[in-house]
Write a protein that binds this ligand. Sequence first.
Ligand SMILES: N[C@@H](CCC(=O)N[C@@H](CS)C(=O)NCC(=O)O)C(=O)O
Length: 200
Amino acid sequence: MRLYDYLPSGNGYKVRLLLTHLGIPFERVELDIVAGATRTPEYLAINPNGRIPVLETDEGIHLAESNAILFFLADGTPFLPARSLDRARVLQWMFFEQYNHEPNIATSRHWIQHLELTDERRARLEEKHELGHDALRVMEAHLSSNEFFVARRYTIADIALFAYTHVAPEGGFDLAPYPAIRAWIERVASQPRHIPITEG
Ligand SMILES: N[C@@H](CCC(=O)N[C@@H](CS)C(=O)NCC(=O)O)C(=O)O
């Protein structure tokens, strides 16, 4: 398998982490998204949406969207439960990640770490921080009485949410007020074959 990726990306990291948990060997193709490497005609032929991650299967099929890739790879493994309500709950948290969490927490981190903080971005950052904290509060409430997000075990719902939560401080989010999230981060990081986001 081949993964079109960008090392600092949490969306790419989700896939790297699951592939590593599953022991599936893969080749990583690093694309510099800040330099526009995902917007070339060649790459747009692979993903018309111009973004990483994209998984290329051994049959040459391309699959985009990090959480769709997680769902595809995890099917039939312990990382995606078999019971339909549990599978729906996994999707529930992965949609939450894409709608309420990632656009605020990941974007704040990307702007602070990789882009120039223009006045416009600085103003929008305030709103992203408010909305990002709303998402963190939802997670904190759930994790206060649950060790993991779904089915009392580590699943792709945890992988999807871990990716940008554990690096949220790089986006200006203080995790001190979220003890249940911090304990969950430790639990996720202690899973067998865990790799850090910096590992390609
Ligand atoms: N919803 C997508 C988001 C993918 C995404 O935003 N990728 C960013 C990096 S994290 C990207 O490739 N940006 C390059 C660009 O927009 O040109 C997913 O979960 O895979």
